[in-house]
Design a binder for this molecule. Structure first.
Ligand SMILES: [Zn+2]
Length: 472
């Protein structure tokens, strides 16, 4: 079955076809950097990471944009309370976000635009909307008139004709014609960050940021837009309204939303006060790969319970995969394993091919990670029993390749050569050989070369670990 996604916009599973064959343009709403990003948010970022990885695994070239919201009411308030300029305040939390993302094995996006670096683009978009007559001004702020956009509500299904409290649509306190309208340019207020320009002194509204940066970096129409379910309304609904009002064209074609991480019976959220940062878990001795496994193991559209038991199970699962990886590496490389006839190897390769077909089938079906992981563990059990029976080296090598290929999507193997570029992987192998021959001068030399190319090598009991120094 070909790749399909549950599209929030159409409320069904849609066959995925990018606008440009072979290339996917993906916009993922990023963090607002005023605090440590909690693991509930990382659940969404990890879903997006698996999405990105699976698109690449399926042969697409991916251009991913993740915005960094580095100016908003909270940032302004907290930076002022801390007595530091907002630039310095957000730089620190941006750094911590990238640090956690790297620890969780999240592949870097192609672009991480900062809102403050795209203000001229936002002003231009706001002016396009003004020229189209879908905005109005009040006390120096510019508002989008929701009544001007007939498609309003098509993403969330919200009916604004009903009794919904306008204050929920936009919590700011400015004067509006209609409480449901939202601000696209906020007039400057004393003590706040502001920019000057054609719209007068002020700063962009949050919804405008994403529209402007998405269209600037991906074009007026692009393929996939994602976020957490909380973003559906009003954030994404407003992005659609202003983008499509400005261009007259469809904005994003596929909208994918990740469900909450739940603690007890409540979603993990700052406002609830039950948040955990990755660092909290690491300080309790958690393995970042186990955290990654836990957060991708449930289907992204199902709410997921966070418990310490679940984390312990994830840790055990990661350990079982590492064991299989180690066993296959040993079996594939060991000379004492007898080479059998080619027919036998072909039969063993059949196991790998069948499992691969099921793995793809699961992920093609709206990125069904629990089903894909069930395939991986079925494979694991079968491979162990065939290794117990003494399979030929060539079969073990085939299975090793299969496991590493899957890890391009899952990213949960301890040392994952598939994740580093071919050149680095070759240098690593050479270094392992030098170490095996106790040629430490050569091995140090190779470590330096690897480092010059942007990767740090760390030797652990499970083998060498590689870290991408450029990931932050
Ligand atoms: Zn956004």
């Amino acid at each position: 079955m070909p790749l399909r996604f549950h599209n929030t916009l159409t409320r069904r599973k849609d066959l995925f076809e990018p606008l440009e064959p072979g290339r996917v343009r993906l916009y993922t709403c990023g963090p607002t950097v005023h605090d440590r990003v909690h693991i509930g948010n990382f659940r969404t970022f990890l879903f997006e990471d698996v999405l990105r990885r699976y698109l690449r695994y399926s042969g697409y070239e991916v251009t991913q944009v993740m915005n960094i919201t580095d100016v908003d009411d909270k940032i302004i308030r907290k930076a002022r309370a801390a007595g530091v300029p907002i630039g310095a305040f957000t730089a620190e939390f941006t750094r911590l976000f990238f640090e956690d993302a790297a620890a969780l094995g999240i592949e870097p996006a192609e672009h991480y635009p900062r809102a403050t670096e795209y203000v001229p683009e936002m002003v231009r978009l706001a002016m396009r909307l003004r020229d189209r007559g879908v905005t109005y001004e009040r006390d120096g702020s510019l508002y989008f008139r929701i009544a001007s956009f007939p498609g309003y509500g098509k993403l969330s299904g919200i009916d604004l004709g009903g009794a919904r409290d306008g204050a929920r649509v936009d919590s700011d306190e400015y004067e509006k014609e209609d409480p449901k309208d939202f601000v696209i340019w906020k007039a400057h207020r004393e003590g706040e960050a502001w920019w000057d320009g054609e719209l007068g002194p002020g700063r962009p509204g949050w919804h405008l940021e994403c529209s402007a940066m998405a269209m600037e970096l991906l074009g007026e129409s692009f393929d996939i837009h994602t976020g957490g379910v909380d973003n559906v309304f009003p954030h994404h609904e407003n992005e659609i309204a202003q983008s499509e009002s400005a261009t007259g064209r469809p904005f994003a074609r596929y909208w994918l939303h990740a469900q909450h991480l739940v603690v007890g019976d409540r979603k993990m959220a700052k406002s609830v006060g039950n948040v955990l940062a990755l660092r909290d878990l690491l300080e309790q001795g958690a393995d970042p790969l186990a955290v990654r496994y836990l957060l991708i193991a449930a289907h992204y559209r199902s709410p997921m319970q966070f418990t310490t038991d679940a984390l312990a199970q994830a840790s055990a699962a990661v350990g079982r995969l590492a064991d299989l990886h180690g066993r296959l590496r040993a079996a594939a490389g060991a000379e004492e394993v007898e080479r059998a006839g080619e027919a036998d190897v072909a039969a063993e390769a059949g196991l790998s091919q069948r499992a691969e077909a099921s793995f793809r089938e699961a992920l093609d079906d709206d990125l069904n990670t629990p089903r894909a992981l069930a395939v991986v563990f079925g494979f694991l059990r079968e491979v162990h029993s065939r290794l117990d029976a003494g399979v030929p080296t060539a079969a073990a090598a085939t299975w090793l390749v299969r496991l590493r290929e899957w890890d391009r999507v899952l990213g949960v193997l301890r040392c994952s050569p598939a994740e580093v570029p071919q050149g680095i992987a070759a240098l690593l192998r050479e270094r392992e050989e030098a170490r095996a021959q106790r040629d430490y001068a050569r091995s140090d030399e190779l470590r330096k070369t690897i480092q010059e190319r942007g990767y740090a090598v760390e030797d652990t009991p499970e083998g060498p670990r590689v870290k991408n120094l450029g990931a932050t």
